[in-house]
Each structure stands twice: as C-alpha cells, then as structure tokens.
Design a protein around this ligand. Structure first.
Ligand code: DAT
Length: 151
C-alpha cells in the first residue's frame, strides 16, 4: 500500500506521516528531501521562497522507488502528483486557520509566505489538486475542526 500525505505546509503532514509509518511499519519518504538530495529542482523561486521542482524528473526518479517498495508513506505537498495508479490511499491534512497561522509564524515565514499558505488552505488547493489528479482524498484534521464546516 502506497499512502500519500499532502496538504498546505504547516498543517501537520510530517508529524502525521511519521506516526502512521511507525504504526504500520512502513517506509517513510520525505518528498522535499528526496527532491533536494537528487537535485530534482531548478533552484529557488526568489519571490516565493520555494523550490522550482522539475516534476517530470521527480516522477521518473520516484516511481521505480515506489514500485520497488510498495509499503511506503510519501510525505509532501507535491505527493498528489504521483499517478493514482501508483497510490492506494491519498490523505489531505488540514488545519484550522488561526492555528495554521501560528504554526507558520513560528517557523519564521515572511508575512507574504504566511498569507500565501493561508490562502492555499482557505481554497483547499491541495485537496482540489489531488482530486484533479484523480485521487479520492481522505481528510485528516490536526486541529479542532472548524464547526461551520462539514468536511
Ligand atoms: P507539515 O509537514 O505539513 O509542514 P508539520 O508536521 O511539520 O507540518 O507540523 C507543523 C507544526 O505543527 C509543528 O510544529 C508540529 C505541529 N503539529 C503537527 N501536527 C499537530 C497536531 N496534530 N496537533 C498539534 N500540533 C501539531
């Protein structure tokens, strides 16, 4: 079973993914680390302070690894770009906005980067992208779920 854990930065992907990997005895893969170690990016986008990822090269490097070890948890906000044929389960991690803002500020993110990530969370960007890639996403909240939402 290959489980992908996606969501806005700061929502709690890594915490959840590592706990799940330990519980299931699965291999944990940090997709950002993988991208950096293999040089699967074209540097940093100076405006957004994020890596410009070579998505085609990422899949070429990643898919054989997943096929070779199907008991894997893949943690990263790009993990939903893995084709659905190679994924058993897609989990989108979500977090209430005030709590997410606190977490992002605690990371020392600029106001702009905090805003950008809050917007991504408000618009459910990860969830929509995951669905666009054909994944049937399951949502996990790492904060108290906002009462007005029924997700
Ligand atoms: P991500 O991998 O999505 O960037 P993370 O796992 O690094 O997120 O967590 C971001 C911060 O939030 C970190 O300080 C730990 C905290 N956190 C994660 N899951 C949590 C939870 N279920 N309850 C409270 N805090 C949590």
């Amino acid at each position: 079973m290959v489980i992908i854990i996606t969501g806005t930065p700061g929502t709690g992907k890594t915490t959840y993914a590592k706990q799940l990997a330990a519980k299931l005895g699965y291999t944990y893969l940090d997709l950002n680390e993988f991208i950096i170690q293999r040089g699967l990016h074209e540097g940093k986008d100076p405006l957004r302070d994020t890596l410009i990822v070579d998505e085609e090269a990422l899949l070429t490097a990643l898919l054989p690894k997943i096929v070779a070890n199907p008991e894997m948890i893949v943690d990263g906000h790009l993990s939903h770009e893995i084709p659905k044929e190679n994924v058993t389960k897609c989990i989108v991690i979500k977090c209430e906005l005030k709590e997410l803002e606190k977490r992002l500020k605690a990371r020392g993110y600029s106001d702009e980067k905090v805003r950008e990530n809050l917007d991504a969370e408000i618009f459910d960007t990860s969830l929509h992208e995951a669905e666009e890639y054909g994944h049937k996403a399951e949502i996990v909240w790492t904060s108290e779920k906002p009462s007005v939402l029924d997700k």
